[in-house]
Design a protein around this ligand. Sequence first.
Ligand SMILES: Cc1ncc(COP(=O)(O)O)c(C=O)c1O
Length: 337
Amino acid sequence: MSDIFPYPKTVPLAHTPSRIEYLERLSKRWGGPEIYIKRDDDTSCLLSGNKVRKLEFFLADAQAQGADTLVTCGGIQSNHARATAIAAKRAGLDCHLILRGKEIQIPDGNYLLDLLVKSKITFVTKSQYLNRDQIFDKVEKELTQKGRRPYSIPEGGSNGLGALGYVKAMEEIRDQINETGLQFNAIVLAVGSGGTYTGLWIGKKFFHIKADIIGFNIAASADYFREKIFECAKELENLMKMNFFLTKEEIQMIDGYVGKGYGKSRPEEMALIKEVAQREGIILDPIYTGKAMVGLADQIKKGRFKKGQKVLFLHTGGIFGLFPYREWFKKNQKSEV
Ligand SMILES: Cc1ncc(COP(=O)(O)O)c(C=O)c1O
Protein backbone atom coordinates (compact mmCIF):
# COMPACT_ATOMS: atom_id res chain seq x y z
CA MET A 1 0.00 0.00 0.00
CA SER A 2 1.34 3.42 -0.90
CA ASP A 3 1.08 5.81 2.02
CA ILE A 4 -0.70 8.44 -0.09
CA PHE A 5 -4.34 8.21 0.93
CA PRO A 6 -6.78 9.14 -1.88
CA TYR A 7 -8.96 11.52 0.14
CA PRO A 8 -11.97 13.05 -1.56
CA LYS A 9 -12.23 16.86 -1.61
CA THR A 10 -12.47 18.83 1.62
CA VAL A 11 -13.42 22.35 2.66
CA PRO A 12 -10.79 23.53 5.17
CA LEU A 13 -12.36 24.48 8.51
CA ALA A 14 -10.01 23.43 11.32
CA HIS A 15 -6.68 25.11 11.91
CA THR A 16 -4.40 22.12 11.64
CA PRO A 17 -2.06 20.49 12.54
CA SER A 18 -3.32 20.63 16.11
CA ARG A 19 -0.49 20.67 18.64
CA ILE A 20 0.71 17.72 20.68
CA GLU A 21 1.65 18.86 24.20
CA TYR A 22 3.21 17.09 27.17
CA LEU A 23 1.12 17.12 30.37
CA GLU A 24 4.11 17.22 32.66
CA ARG A 25 2.45 17.94 36.00
CA LEU A 26 -0.33 15.41 35.53
CA SER A 27 2.10 12.73 34.33
CA LYS A 28 4.29 13.22 37.40
CA ARG A 29 1.36 13.40 39.79
CA TRP A 30 -0.23 10.21 38.49
CA GLY A 31 3.12 8.41 38.43
CA GLY A 32 2.41 6.36 35.34
CA PRO A 33 3.18 6.90 31.66
CA GLU A 34 4.11 10.23 30.11
CA ILE A 35 0.77 11.70 29.08
CA TYR A 36 0.59 13.82 25.93
CA ILE A 37 -2.48 15.56 24.60
CA LYS A 38 -3.47 16.28 21.01
CA ARG A 39 -5.25 19.61 21.04
CA ASP A 40 -8.16 19.05 18.69
CA ASP A 41 -10.05 21.22 21.18
CA ASP A 42 -7.94 24.09 19.87
CA THR A 43 -8.37 24.07 16.10
CA SER A 44 -10.18 27.47 16.21
CA CYS A 45 -12.78 28.64 18.67
CA LEU A 46 -16.23 27.83 17.28
CA LEU A 47 -14.98 25.26 14.80
CA SER A 48 -12.97 23.14 17.20
CA GLY A 49 -13.27 19.55 18.35
CA ASN A 50 -13.46 16.29 16.48
CA LYS A 51 -16.65 17.12 14.58
CA VAL A 52 -14.92 19.78 12.53
CA ARG A 53 -12.48 17.37 10.89
CA LYS A 54 -15.47 15.27 9.80
CA LEU A 55 -17.35 18.33 8.57
CA GLU A 56 -14.52 19.24 6.20
CA PHE A 57 -15.49 16.20 4.14
CA PHE A 58 -19.27 16.61 4.54
CA LEU A 59 -19.21 20.24 3.49
CA ALA A 60 -17.24 19.49 0.32
CA ASP A 61 -19.64 16.65 -0.53
CA ALA A 62 -22.68 18.87 0.16
CA GLN A 63 -21.29 21.60 -2.09
CA ALA A 64 -20.50 19.08 -4.84
CA GLN A 65 -24.14 17.96 -4.68
CA GLY A 66 -25.38 21.55 -4.91
CA ALA A 67 -26.98 21.44 -1.43
CA ASP A 68 -28.15 24.62 0.26
CA THR A 69 -29.18 23.25 3.69
CA LEU A 70 -27.30 20.90 6.02
CA VAL A 71 -29.55 18.65 8.13
CA THR A 72 -28.28 16.81 11.17
CA CYS A 73 -29.31 15.62 14.63
CA GLY A 74 -28.18 15.21 18.23
CA GLY A 75 -29.00 16.06 21.82
CA ILE A 76 -29.91 19.64 22.67
CA GLN A 77 -26.29 20.29 23.71
CA SER A 78 -24.80 18.39 20.79
CA ASN A 79 -21.31 19.58 19.84
CA HIS A 80 -21.80 18.05 16.43
CA ALA A 81 -25.04 19.97 15.84
CA ARG A 82 -23.38 23.27 16.83
CA ALA A 83 -20.32 22.64 14.69
CA THR A 84 -22.56 21.73 11.73
CA ALA A 85 -24.69 24.85 12.21
CA ILE A 86 -21.64 27.11 12.27
CA ALA A 87 -19.84 25.34 9.43
CA ALA A 88 -23.01 25.72 7.33
CA LYS A 89 -23.00 29.47 7.85
CA ARG A 90 -19.28 29.72 7.12
CA ALA A 91 -20.09 28.22 3.72
CA GLY A 92 -23.19 30.35 3.14
CA LEU A 93 -25.61 27.47 3.70
CA ASP A 94 -28.57 27.03 6.05
CA CYS A 95 -28.85 24.39 8.73
CA HIS A 96 -31.79 22.39 10.05
CA LEU A 97 -31.19 20.56 13.35
CA ILE A 98 -33.24 17.69 14.75
CA LEU A 99 -32.61 18.00 18.49
CA ARG A 100 -33.55 15.51 21.19
CA GLY A 101 -35.09 17.29 24.15
CA LYS A 102 -37.31 20.25 24.94
CA GLU A 103 -36.80 23.85 24.05
CA ILE A 104 -35.10 25.57 26.98
CA GLN A 105 -36.19 28.99 28.21
CA ILE A 106 -32.72 30.43 28.64
CA PRO A 107 -30.54 29.25 25.75
CA ASP A 108 -27.11 28.07 26.83
CA GLY A 109 -23.95 26.34 25.62
CA ASN A 110 -24.10 24.76 22.18
CA TYR A 111 -27.83 25.44 21.86
CA LEU A 112 -27.29 29.17 22.30
CA LEU A 113 -24.82 29.10 19.40
CA ASP A 114 -27.26 27.03 17.28
CA LEU A 115 -29.79 29.82 17.73
CA LEU A 116 -27.31 32.62 17.18
CA VAL A 117 -26.56 31.37 13.68
CA LYS A 118 -30.31 30.95 13.10
CA SER A 119 -30.53 27.21 12.65
CA LYS A 120 -34.00 25.89 12.05
CA ILE A 121 -34.74 23.48 14.90
CA THR A 122 -37.13 20.53 15.17
CA PHE A 123 -37.38 19.24 18.74
CA VAL A 124 -38.15 15.55 19.20
CA THR A 125 -38.72 13.32 22.21
CA LYS A 126 -36.33 10.54 23.20
CA SER A 127 -38.60 7.89 21.69
CA GLN A 128 -39.08 9.85 18.45
CA TYR A 129 -35.31 10.23 18.27
CA LEU A 130 -34.94 6.44 18.23
CA ASN A 131 -36.70 6.56 14.83
CA ARG A 132 -34.70 9.53 13.61
CA ASP A 133 -34.37 8.13 10.08
CA GLN A 134 -38.08 8.84 9.64
CA ILE A 135 -37.63 12.36 10.96
CA PHE A 136 -34.71 12.96 8.59
CA ASP A 137 -36.97 11.76 5.72
CA LYS A 138 -39.74 14.12 6.80
CA VAL A 139 -37.43 17.14 7.15
CA GLU A 140 -35.78 16.38 3.80
CA LYS A 141 -39.19 16.06 2.12
CA GLU A 142 -40.43 19.35 3.57
CA LEU A 143 -37.29 21.16 2.52
CA THR A 144 -37.44 19.69 -0.98
CA GLN A 145 -41.11 20.74 -1.31
CA LYS A 146 -40.01 24.29 -0.50
CA GLY A 147 -37.48 24.14 -3.31
CA ARG A 148 -34.49 23.69 -1.00
CA ARG A 149 -31.68 21.17 -1.51
CA PRO A 150 -30.97 19.36 1.79
CA TYR A 151 -27.84 17.37 2.64
CA SER A 152 -28.17 15.04 5.63
CA ILE A 153 -25.34 14.19 8.00
CA PRO A 154 -25.85 11.30 10.46
CA GLU A 155 -25.63 11.58 14.26
CA GLY A 156 -22.14 12.61 15.35
CA GLY A 157 -21.02 12.78 11.71
CA SER A 158 -20.16 9.10 12.07
CA ASN A 159 -20.27 7.38 8.71
CA GLY A 160 -17.59 6.34 6.24
CA LEU A 161 -17.15 9.84 4.82
CA GLY A 162 -16.99 11.55 8.24
CA ALA A 163 -14.48 9.00 9.55
CA LEU A 164 -12.06 10.18 6.87
CA GLY A 165 -11.51 13.26 9.04
CA TYR A 166 -9.63 11.06 11.49
CA VAL A 167 -7.80 9.05 8.85
CA LYS A 168 -6.39 12.44 7.91
CA ALA A 169 -5.75 13.29 11.57
CA MET A 170 -3.82 10.04 11.88
CA GLU A 171 -1.67 11.07 8.94
CA GLU A 172 -1.02 14.31 10.84
CA ILE A 173 -0.07 12.29 13.95
CA ARG A 174 2.26 10.16 11.81
CA ASP A 175 4.02 13.33 10.65
CA GLN A 176 4.24 14.61 14.23
CA ILE A 177 5.70 11.28 15.38
CA ASN A 178 8.29 11.51 12.62
CA GLU A 179 9.13 15.12 13.47
CA THR A 180 9.39 14.69 17.25
CA GLY A 181 10.54 11.08 17.56
CA LEU A 182 7.79 10.49 20.14
CA GLN A 183 6.68 6.87 19.97
CA PHE A 184 3.27 6.47 21.59
CA ASN A 185 2.27 3.16 23.08
CA ALA A 186 -1.38 4.14 22.92
CA ILE A 187 -3.71 6.81 21.61
CA VAL A 188 -6.78 7.10 23.85
CA LEU A 189 -10.08 8.86 23.20
CA ALA A 190 -13.74 9.21 24.09
CA VAL A 191 -16.15 7.24 21.89
CA GLY A 192 -19.66 8.68 21.45
CA SER A 193 -20.85 7.63 18.01
CA GLY A 194 -17.73 5.85 16.77
CA GLY A 195 -16.57 7.85 13.75
CA THR A 196 -13.45 9.29 15.35
CA TYR A 197 -12.25 5.89 16.53
CA THR A 198 -12.99 4.42 13.09
CA GLY A 199 -10.85 7.00 11.32
CA LEU A 200 -7.93 6.57 13.72
CA TRP A 201 -8.14 2.78 13.37
CA ILE A 202 -8.10 2.86 9.57
CA GLY A 203 -5.37 5.53 9.68
CA LYS A 204 -3.29 3.36 12.01
CA LYS A 205 -3.51 0.50 9.53
CA PHE A 206 -2.89 2.61 6.46
CA PHE A 207 0.00 4.66 7.86
CA HIS A 208 1.55 1.78 9.85
CA ILE A 209 1.28 3.46 13.27
CA LYS A 210 2.40 1.24 16.15
CA ALA A 211 0.31 2.82 18.93
CA ASP A 212 -2.76 0.94 20.13
CA ILE A 213 -5.97 2.89 19.60
CA ILE A 214 -8.03 2.63 22.78
CA GLY A 215 -11.54 3.98 23.13
CA PHE A 216 -13.50 4.73 26.30
CA ASN A 217 -17.22 4.49 25.56
CA ILE A 218 -19.10 7.33 27.24
CA ALA A 219 -22.51 5.76 26.60
CA ALA A 220 -23.95 2.31 25.83
CA SER A 221 -21.40 -0.55 26.03
CA ALA A 222 -18.03 -1.41 24.54
CA ASP A 223 -19.65 -4.29 22.62
CA TYR A 224 -22.21 -1.95 21.11
CA PHE A 225 -19.46 0.35 19.88
CA ARG A 226 -17.32 -2.50 18.55
CA GLU A 227 -20.22 -3.33 16.21
CA LYS A 228 -20.84 0.31 15.34
CA ILE A 229 -17.18 1.05 14.63
CA PHE A 230 -16.84 -2.07 12.52
CA GLU A 231 -19.90 -1.07 10.49
CA CYS A 232 -18.55 2.46 10.03
CA ALA A 233 -15.15 1.09 8.94
CA LYS A 234 -16.85 -1.20 6.40
CA GLU A 235 -18.70 1.83 5.04
CA LEU A 236 -15.39 3.63 4.69
CA GLU A 237 -13.93 0.64 2.82
CA ASN A 238 -16.88 0.65 0.41
CA LEU A 239 -16.70 4.38 -0.09
CA MET A 240 -12.98 4.28 -0.88
CA LYS A 241 -13.15 0.94 -2.71
CA MET A 242 -10.27 -0.25 -0.55
CA ASN A 243 -9.67 -3.32 1.59
CA PHE A 244 -8.21 -2.80 5.07
CA PHE A 245 -8.49 -6.46 6.13
CA LEU A 246 -10.53 -5.49 9.16
CA THR A 247 -11.32 -7.75 12.08
CA LYS A 248 -13.49 -6.75 15.02
CA GLU A 249 -10.88 -8.09 17.44
CA GLU A 250 -8.61 -5.18 16.51
CA ILE A 251 -11.05 -2.68 18.01
CA GLN A 252 -9.86 -1.91 21.54
CA MET A 253 -12.51 -0.48 23.82
CA ILE A 254 -12.40 -0.18 27.60
CA ASP A 255 -15.81 -0.28 29.26
CA GLY A 256 -16.70 0.95 32.74
CA TYR A 257 -16.62 4.75 32.54
CA VAL A 258 -20.15 5.57 31.38
CA GLY A 259 -20.95 6.35 35.02
CA LYS A 260 -24.54 7.48 35.49
CA GLY A 261 -25.16 7.47 31.75
CA TYR A 262 -24.91 9.74 28.73
CA GLY A 263 -24.73 13.38 29.77
CA LYS A 264 -24.95 12.54 33.48
CA SER A 265 -22.00 13.31 35.70
CA ARG A 266 -20.61 12.08 39.00
CA PRO A 267 -18.56 13.99 41.61
CA GLU A 268 -15.39 12.03 40.77
CA GLU A 269 -15.68 13.13 37.13
CA MET A 270 -16.06 16.71 38.26
CA ALA A 271 -13.04 16.36 40.55
CA LEU A 272 -10.93 15.15 37.67
CA ILE A 273 -12.08 17.92 35.32
CA LYS A 274 -10.99 20.35 38.05
CA GLU A 275 -7.67 18.61 38.58
CA VAL A 276 -6.77 18.75 34.88
CA ALA A 277 -7.89 22.39 34.65
CA GLN A 278 -5.93 23.41 37.75
CA ARG A 279 -2.73 21.50 37.05
CA GLU A 280 -2.53 21.93 33.29
CA GLY A 281 -4.91 24.66 32.15
CA ILE A 282 -6.66 22.13 29.93
CA ILE A 283 -10.45 22.24 29.99
CA LEU A 284 -12.27 18.94 29.53
CA ASP A 285 -16.02 18.55 29.11
CA PRO A 286 -18.31 16.50 31.38
CA ILE A 287 -19.90 14.40 28.62
CA TYR A 288 -16.98 13.06 26.59
CA THR A 289 -13.41 14.02 27.38
CA GLY A 290 -13.94 14.19 31.16
CA LYS A 291 -15.15 10.60 31.22
CA ALA A 292 -12.35 9.42 28.94
CA MET A 293 -9.78 11.10 31.23
CA VAL A 294 -11.35 9.36 34.25
CA GLY A 295 -10.87 6.14 32.29
CA LEU A 296 -7.22 6.92 31.58
CA ALA A 297 -6.49 7.86 35.21
CA ASP A 298 -8.13 4.68 36.47
CA GLN A 299 -6.37 2.47 33.95
CA ILE A 300 -3.05 4.00 35.04
CA LYS A 301 -3.93 3.07 38.65
CA LYS A 302 -4.80 -0.45 37.52
CA GLY A 303 -1.46 -0.80 35.68
CA ARG A 304 -2.85 -0.95 32.13
CA PHE A 305 -0.62 2.04 31.27
CA LYS A 306 2.78 2.11 32.96
CA LYS A 307 5.79 4.23 33.77
CA GLY A 308 8.15 4.31 30.80
CA GLN A 309 5.28 4.36 28.30
CA LYS A 310 3.88 7.29 26.36
CA VAL A 311 0.13 7.79 25.97
CA LEU A 312 -1.49 10.33 23.66
CA PHE A 313 -4.89 11.58 24.83
CA LEU A 314 -6.96 12.94 21.95
CA HIS A 315 -8.79 16.04 23.21
CA THR A 316 -11.93 16.01 21.09
CA GLY A 317 -13.26 19.37 22.34
CA GLY A 318 -16.72 20.00 23.77
CA ILE A 319 -16.11 23.15 25.82
CA PHE A 320 -19.53 24.66 25.11
CA GLY A 321 -21.19 21.59 26.63
CA LEU A 322 -19.58 22.55 29.93
CA PHE A 323 -21.50 25.76 30.52
CA PRO A 324 -24.97 24.24 31.07
CA TYR A 325 -23.40 22.33 33.99
CA ARG A 326 -22.96 25.48 36.06
CA GLU A 327 -25.55 24.41 38.69
CA TRP A 328 -23.88 21.05 38.99
CA PHE A 329 -20.48 22.70 39.38
CA LYS A 330 -21.88 24.85 42.15
CA LYS A 331 -23.32 21.86 43.98
CA ASN A 332 -20.04 19.97 43.70
CA GLN A 333 -17.79 22.84 44.67
CA LYS A 334 -16.29 20.79 47.47
CA SER A 335 -15.18 17.93 45.22
CA GLU A 336 -11.62 19.24 45.31
CA VAL A 337 -8.63 17.13 44.39
C1 LIG B 1 -16.42 16.54 22.50
C2 LIG B 1 -16.66 15.20 21.90
N1 LIG B 1 -15.75 14.23 22.10
C3 LIG B 1 -15.92 13.00 21.61
C4 LIG B 1 -17.03 12.67 20.85
C5 LIG B 1 -17.15 11.28 20.34
O1 LIG B 1 -16.75 11.19 19.00
P1 LIG B 1 -17.44 10.14 18.05
O2 LIG B 1 -18.88 10.52 17.98
O3 LIG B 1 -16.75 10.25 16.76
O4 LIG B 1 -17.27 8.80 18.70
C6 LIG B 1 -18.02 13.66 20.61
C7 LIG B 1 -19.26 13.39 19.86
O5 LIG B 1 -19.92 12.40 19.98
C8 LIG B 1 -17.82 14.95 21.14
O6 LIG B 1 -18.71 15.93 20.92
